[in-house]
Design a protein around this ligand. Structure first.
Ligand SMILES: Cc1ncc(COP(=O)(O)O)c(C=O)c1O
Length: 465
């Protein structure tokens, strides 16, 4: 190392040059300078806890963080070297399965870790497809036209799944009248090629829950009449760790007959830093054998279910730590606070005359709102301008258009998670109020407002709610 650089990081030649962006540099850079360059790349970003766009954990306590840091070099797949990590993972799967009322009797419940909900959703989808295919083959029927049904408010992972595995995606429109999955339409779309229906607990776009119990009842009747076995995979990316603590009586999980698999994100309301997901099947028999790969790795025979081979172990340690440390009581307290802080923000924002909340009651600690239609018609600004203004104060509060069929509707969303206090909520509400009163005074339309007017003119319709 060039000792002359020590202590004068900002006097070094590297600090006076553009950061490497195309080729690996020919020569070495002192560690403290390289560290500073990398650190400074992220310097102007929003503080993660002010990022109200994400569902993913941005706060963990010191012990959880320490455990993760200490395990940062452990590869989960090296089960021979780190057999206790595999045991810990199995215990986590057991706890998640029991939290969702798994009826499985075995010592180790059937499930798998994932890098996030995306991997877990893919595994749930593949299992449903393979089970359907095996049934079709056994009956001597064609198995080349599988389809999957969910609402248009799906998360993009389902589009990826359907593209990658060539499954037809049938989507039921979310409309003003049906803000969640319209079950009648689902049943109309079902046929012998439907591999599963995917309701969502904690819809990404709205924060609402699809009515999974009603879907189960409708499928029970439909399957009885048709003789089909169309099951449910619940995408509970957010709701999987909210419902058991906030609304334990609500039946949405394995208590329902046709729910055969559920996925969630450990790194959302499981309160672990990214990336961790979980999938659990109701019973071993619902996990097709083709999905378990036996690998002879470093002298041990490992059975793996997953898309990736290597994966970090630190998240699993952190999840196990959270389960021990927080217990049901801790999860309930943290999520109840998130719910009441979200409700507080929702009520405060809803009371600003320019705004309307999308729903009256919150089912998860997140919500969306939109501009009052009367005001929207004459305002010189849009929610995209408010997003920019809030970003200047460090808050990330996203504005976006709703899915197909109601895509002309622009909304704004806040996700409350562990790490958001009532005091922070008060600061946020004050910043929103200040920003909208400034925007309201604008005499000329902003570029986003001009673009919105143009696009409405072109479409030839006026947005009504
Ligand atoms: C309903 C839903 N499903 C799946 C995902 C994907 O989750 P992950 O980011 O954990 O892969 C998300 C992420 O927001 C989600 O909200």
């Amino acid at each position: 190392m060039d000792s002359t650089n020590q202590g004068i990081i900002f006097g070094s030649k590297e600090m006076n040059e553009p950061a490497p962006s195309e080729f690996i540099p020919k020569h070495m850079t002192p560690a403290e300078t390289a560290y500073q360059i990398v650190k400074d790349e992220t310097f102007p970003q929003t503080q993660p806890r002010l990022n109200l766009a994400t569902f993913v954990t941005t706060y963990m306590d010191d012990y959880g963080t320490r455990l993760m840091n200490e395990a940062v070099g452990i590869n989960y797949i090296d089960e021979t070297e780190y057999p206790r990590v595999a045991v810990m993972c199995g215990r986590c799967i057991n706890m998640v399965a029991n939290m969702w009322h798994s009826p499985e009797k075995s010592e180790w419940k059937t499930g798998a870790p994932g890098i996030g909900s995306s991997e877990a959703c893919m595994l749930g989808g593949v299992a449903a497809w393979l089970r359907w295919r095996a049934r079709r083959k056994a009956a001597g029927k064609p198995y080349d036209k599988p389809n999957l049904i969910m609402s248009t408010a799906y998360q993009v992972v389902w589009e990826k799944f359907c593209q990658l595995w060539q499954i037809e995606m049938r989507t039921v429109p979310i409309t003003y009248r049906h803000p969640t999955l319209d079950i009648e339409r689902v049943i109309e779309m079902c046929d012998e090629n439907t591999i599963c229906v995917v309701p969502v607990a904690g819809v990404t776009w709205t924060g609402m829950n699809d009515d999974i119990e009603a879907l189960n009842d409708a499928l029970e009747q439909y399957n009885r009449i048709t003789g089909y076995d169309i099951p449910i995979h619940v995408d509970a990316a957010s709701g999987g760790f909210i419902l058991p603590f906030i609304n334990p009586e609500k039946k949405w999980d394995f208590r329902l007959k046709w729910v055969l698999s559920i996925s969630t994100s450990g790194h959302k309301y499981g309160l672990v830093y990214p990336g961790l997901g979980w999938i659990v099947w109701k019973d071993r028999k619902y996990l097709p054998d083709e999905m378990s790969f036996s690998v002879n790795y470093l002298g041990a025979n490992i059975t793996q279910v997953g898309l990736n081979f290597s994966r970090p172990a630190a998240q699993i340690l952190a999840q196990y730590y959270n389960f021990i440390h927080l217990g049901e009581e801790g999860y309930r307290k943290i999520h109840s606070n998130s719910m009441s802080i979200a409700q507080y923000c929702h009520d405060e924002i809803g009371s600003i005359p320019f705004f309307r909340n999308y729903t009256d009651k919150l089912e998860n600690p997140l919500f969306i709102w939109y501009l009052d239609p009367e005001y929207d018609r004459k305002a010189n600004w849009t929610l995209f301008d408010l997003q920019d203004k809030l970003m200047q104060k460090g808050w990330m509060v996203p504005a976006y258009t709703m899915p197909k069929d109601i895509e002309e509707m622009v909304v704004m969303r806040i996700v409350v998670r562990q790490g958001m206090s009532r005091d922070m909520a008060d600061m946020l509400v004050r910043d929103i109020k200040d920003a909208v009163s400034e925007l309201d005074k604008l005499e000329y339309p902003t570029p986003t407002r001009i673009a919105a007017r143009d696009s409405k003119k072109h479409k030839g319709h006026v947005f009504t709610h």
